[in-house]
Design a binder for this molecule. Structure first.
Ligand SMILES: Cc1ncc(COP(=O)(O)O)c(C=O)c1O
Length: 396
């Protein structure tokens, strides 16, 4: 005889921390395969950038020559050859090579956030973030019962003076999370002067910086300012991902930082997923060593710059007076601010009826602000659809 238990019975058993996290990311991922909707929603890379032919060759070669490693479990900190290739990449791009014990391979960017949170945060610890910031990060920190506090931004990125004032006023964060380049969700980049000021302030107040460089390699001009990690490896953990530059299905990234912190994160990973997948690691290593990443990046930057230009042009043409938006120099996003009183959650339903999706502003703010803001991701919108989407939503 089979009996069924009502779903509500299990909901009552869920941990308290689960009650804070909305289903925003799940809702975004649900649109991943949607064909009939024009989505400015998720920070998805353009499928045109996926290196299918190269991957076909590399996979065949790996299975022929290195299956015993590529299909096996791997060391928690990452395969030695992969860490060597990654350290060399950082030496080339950052002018600084991490020592062996200052670098680990992660299962993507979110994994690095989770591992650092697991290593650092007790319930009630404060994490300072940009306001607005990547909602996956807010969720990761809250998953460890942290108190997430937003620091305002302006055209030069995080307002470091405002952060300093909060510190002077008694704020005691254990960690500061920032996305210095082409930030998610605003597209803004932290100026060089502020980078210097930020590492100096954090050193003085003993605040560990988690620097998320998800879009660092995707500046349209290919140029970049010194990373925070390059400026101050003693107070910065740099977390990177290959999701935006290689392909997200590989679930691979890295963390570079002080020896003691990386060692803790490696221990944390042992009972999270134990190790990043070896097949993906070996593919990434061969992809890097073969010079494919740089070749692809050059093409991806052109593609994203073109898509960004089309979005900005459509906004210019169709947005009513009183609406403003950011003009990113790289990455995937523009951030739109409507006049006070406009409700972007309510508008999202209207947009969905016109088969257009975006993410409303509120989930990107730790304090629930942002109801008149929204994020537009131009990365995955094919060239001919950007303009059409705007024309259609104005008609409805
Ligand atoms: C700023 C930022 N960090 C991290 C991630 C997640 O990276 P991953 O897919 O490697 O977990 C994203 C994805 O949207 C992001 O925008």
């Amino acid at each position: 005889m089979s009996t069924t238990t009502p779903a509500a019975t299990w909901e009552a058993s869920f941990a308290r921390r689960t009650q804070q996290s909305g289903g925003e990311i799940t809702a975004i991922l649900a649109l991943a395969g949607a064909k009939d909707i024009i989505t400015f929603s998720g920070g998805f890379p353009a499928p045109e950038t996926f290196p299918v032919d190269v991957l076909r060759d590399l996979t065949a070669r790996l299975l022929d020559t290195d299956a015993a490693v590529a299909l096996q479990y791997s060391p928690t900190e990452g395969l030695p050859g992969v860490r060597d290739a990654m350290a060399q990449r950082l030496a080339d791009t950052e002018g600084q090579r991490p020592a062996d014990d200052e670098l680990m391979i992660t299962s993507g960017g979110i994994d690095a956030m989770e591992l650092l949170s697991k290593s650092l945060l007790d319930a009630g610890d404060v994490v300072a973030v940009e306001a607005p910031t990547y909602l996956g990060a807010i969720m990761a920190f809250r998953g460890f019962d942290a108190d997430v506090v937003g620091i305002p931004m302006d055209a030069e990125g995080m307002d470091v003076e405002a952060f300093e004032q909060r510190l002077a006023g008694g704020l005691r964060p254990k960690m500061l999370y920032t996305i210095p380049e082409h930030q998610n969700p605003t597209g803004l980049t932290l100026s060089y002067e502020r980078r210097q000021a930020l590492v100096e302030v954090c050193r003085r107040h003993h605040v560990l910086i988690l620097e998320d460089v998800a879009y660092r390699e995707l500046g349209f001009s290919g140029e970049r300012l010194s990373s925070l990690w390059a400026l101050a490896p003693d107070v910065v953990v740099q977390a990177g991902t290959f999701s935006k530059t290689f392909f997200p299905g590989v679930r691979l990234g890295w963390a570079a930082g002080p020896v003691s912190v990386i060692a803790r994160m490696v221990v944390a990973k042992q009972n999270t997923d134990q190790c990043a997948g070896a097949l993906g690691q070996r593919l990434m290593e061969e992809y890097l060593r073969g010079g494919h990443l740089d070749r692809q990046l050059a093409q991806s930057r052109v593609l994203y710059e073109r898509r960004c230009g089309l979005l900005l042009g459509a906004l210019e043409e169709h947005m009513p007076h009183g609406v403003s938006w950011t003009r990113p120099a790289g990455g995937f996003f523009s951030w739109l601010t409507a006049p006070e009183g406009v409700d972007t959650v309510a508008l999202a339903a209207k947009a969905a009826a016109a088969k257009v999706a975006y993410v409303p502003g509120t989930p990107f703010h730790a304090d629930g602000a942002g109801s008149n803001e929204l994020r537009l991701a131009f990365s995955r919108v094919a060239e001919d659809t950007s303009t059409r989407a705007f024309a259609e939503s104005r008609r409805s």
